[in-house]
Write a protein of this length. Sequence first.
Length: 456
Amino acid sequence: MSSGKETIDRRKFITQSAALLAGGAAFARTALSNDRILGANDRISLCHIGNGSRGKELDWIVAQLKTSHQVEMTTLCDLWRLNREKAVATNEKYYGRSPRAYQYLEDALALKDIDAVIISTPEHSHSTILQMAAEAGKDAYVEKPMGNVLAEVKAARDAVTKFNRVVQVGTQHRSEAYPKAAHDLIQTGVLGGVSKVEIVWNYHGPRWRGREETRLLREQDTDWRKWLLTKPYRPFDPQVYCEFRLYKEFSSGIPDQWMSHGIDLVHWFMKDSFPLSVVAHGGVFAWHDGRENADTFQALLEYPKGFLVSYSTSFGNDCPSFTRYMGKKATMMNVGGEGSPRYQLVEETGNHEENSEIDAKRSAKYILLPGETKVPPMGIDDLSLGHMANWFECMRSRQQPVCTVQDGFAHSVANMMATEAFHSGRKQYWDAATATILDRAPVTQGAYPEFHRQVG
């Protein structure tokens, strides 16, 4: 969620979203799962795996679409008893009847009447559970990052492809109106050749530390070994369980949670999905509280089309955040942090050496939606409806959603390269021929300098 002080009012945004979604509620009669054929008026039966804080938000989003998109949360699954009980009570209010509740995902995935699953578990389990869901014949909405272990992300991607599942990855900004408008404008070539993208998203606070649920968790109320999933056994630790983003075995922290959004937008805007190479640096400079992942992080990523991405986050200072796409003809500015709807196009003419007053002479305009005259705020919450609605529509049409499993694989690769560069202190390279991450330049990169000269 954006850390901007100015945010869109939720009720106003929901009203706007509902209007935008109304036109997309016509559904085709097609195969939805291996065992079921749904018609236009048939209900989509959902199982939600992982009912924590983000899970609660996703439940709310689904409930807003229950009538327009004919969906119901019929099943819940969480290892922790407290999460299950809270989720059951919440969804009973939404649908007027209690959903089924399971502790173990194997039991939930075995249900024949489940069409699809929502996965909002801790990050280290996203890929494995997505793979299991695909193999069980379920479509899926999976929170980002799609994964943080390359072999597991590949296995999930391959399973989704093999079993022809419709998967939406939860980088929801692709489905929001202002990023879509900015994306469409960039595709016209208005920026000219882009040489650099800068992303600076800051937050003042320890982030993820001190969660209330850490004090409530008891080992007897969950299954610690199942929670670890593919990770080696370690003694039960409620801080690791609830604040997993601070521990490097389970999350990269800033890259997994924040850079995944920023780099996914870069991939979408620039139509260039895998970095050639990545360097990264950072450390724990602000919050010396036992965390293993950086509270201050910076990465530089080079892309095949010939541009550099600079990504930076600090949790020790909340100075203004921004993103800018720097082209020869114009600069696309996004004012604010993650999810900010405020985009501005600034003409790139002249230079400061020739004219010290050039900034005042460069034309600038905000990107507004049709019929709007007021500049949008610098942030929204994480409760927009469009991304989930797009998934439901694609489940019925069997078309690909706006953020596919391939897109999720790409942002995961960028995150993993940045994380490995940070921990190892060595530049990381993507070998497209073998789909592997290396600490030396692959032989196949020999052709890239010539490519750079052609597009520069």
